[in-house]
Design a protein around this ligand. Structure first.
Ligand code: SF4
Length: 392
């Protein structure tokens, strides 16, 4: 099997059309020091009126989120975009794979704009189509491909979603991963099925072990840099979950020792984490769930309670600001923003909006029609899943 080098581009520089994060941002940006940026963004939004719909992911900066018409996680935002067929321009304040999903779920006449094309996702970049196709071929050689259902997390590029659509698989989110796994196992008879889970090994492992009752030793990790994924034929035969070796660089930072430290410092503290955290951290947490789950949990928490949250810092800071009656701390000793989410700043937003006012669509995200059709199959299978998650 060929191994593929994945050089990380310096953000915003150079071109790698195969990379999920896209290409550099063209054009002259307003200076970040321009004191009129807020007013310029307001004016451009007012001029565009109902022709414009601005989506803001929970991990975006405050300076950007203040201009969002709706906020949410990636799946909610893509659905929100699909619910506004009258909006000519969808400006997606998030990262590249999210804008792709919005393009797939909106009509061909709607244009999706990502204010900075360097806003990619390191996790999505960890599964490239050629690597996944190599793995799929290797699974055929090992005689197991017929029993494998591919499941990809929403946080993946459109061509990986399309791969799942073409090969009997499905997309999932961090809220419905358990339901998607149930569905995927049910596609194969007599419990003999296996799942290839892309690209986040932690979400796959946490869901399989903690919600589906699958044993830890039935989960193996496919390393795309190793021949045969670094697995023996025997390991592949025995596995129920084949986890792609990908992770989120933000959620992967949270560690068990900080959990221990906080519990010692704040007796009674509640540890609330996202399932992209490592299995060891999730095991030590009190509650685990998606960003929407985290927000609802904090909203419902009693005044006076103490929380440490393991997810992206922009969201944790906003929750702390919105709930001064509760003590909310970040589950890391260091400042830890998602560097690509933070690429979308006010200068890029103003630049994108003012170009739209001037009649120029910049940084449009388009998914080719073949990829879109296959990706839609996998997305539609997800939309058709029963709504109830074990986590609800
Ligand atoms: S927080 Fe993690 S999964 Fe989300 S965009 Fe950043 S790197 Fe990707």
């Amino acid at each position: 099997m060929a191994t593929i080098d994945l050089p990380l581009l310096p953000l915003g520089k150079g071109r790698d059309l195969d990379a999920e994060r896209g290409v550099e941002c063209p054009g002259d940006l307003p200076a970040a020091s321009d004191p009129d940026l807020v007013e310029r963004a307001r004016a451009a939004k007012a001029t565009l009126g109902d022709r414009l719909f601005v989506l803001g992911h929970h991990y975006q900066r405050d300076e950007v989120i203040q201009f969002a018409d709706v906020t949410g996680d990636s799946f909610k935002l893509a659905r929100d975009a699909a619910g506004r067929p009258d909006a000519e321009f969808i400006v997606f304040c998030g990262v590249h794979f999210m804008a792709e999903s919005a393009d797939i779920l909106t009509s061909p006449t709607q244009r999706v704009v990502l204010p900075d094309l360097a806003a990619g996702c390191s996790m999505a970049d960890m599964a490239r189509l050629r690597q996944v196709e190599d793995a799929w071929d290797a699974m055929a050689d090992a005689g197991i491909q017929d029993s494998v259902v591919p499941v990809t997390y929403m946080n993946s590029s459109a061509d990986i979603k399309a791969f799942c659509g073409r090969n009997g698989g499905v997309v999932c989110t961090s809220s419905n991963a358990d339901v998607a796994l149930d569905w995927a196992f049910a596609q194969k008879l007599a419990g003999a099925g296996k799942i290839l889970f892309l690209p986040d090994q932690h979400l796959g492992r946490n869901t399989a072990v903690l919600q589906m009752g699958i044993a830890l030793d039935e989960c193996v990790v496919w390393d795309p840099r190793q021949p045969g994924g670094g697995l023996t034929a025997d390991e592949l035969q025995k596995a129920r979950m084949i986890l792609w070796k990908g992770h989120c660089s933000v959620h992967g930072r949270f560690s068990e020792d900080v959990v221990d430290e906080l519990r010692a410092k704040h007796p009674g503290i509640n540890i609330l984490v996202h399932p992209e955290c490592t299995h060891e951290v999730v095991l030590k947490a009190d509650l685990v769930g998606s960003t929407e789950f985290i927000i609802k949990t904090i909203e419902a928490a009693e005044p006076g309670t103490v929380w440490a949250i393991g997810t992206e810092l922009n969201l944790v800071k906003r929750l702390a600001d919105a709930h001064p009656d509760k003590t909310i701390v970040f589950l890391d000793r260091n400042v830890c923003y998602c560097s690509t989410m933070n690429r979308i700043d006010l200068p890029h937003l103003v630049w994108a909006l003012e170009n739209l006012v001037a009649g120029q669509v910049v940084n449009q995200i388009t998914v080719d029609s073949e990829t879109e059709a296959d990706a839609l199959v996998a997305l539609q299978r997800m939309l058709d899943l029963p709504g109830k998650s074990h986590r609800d």
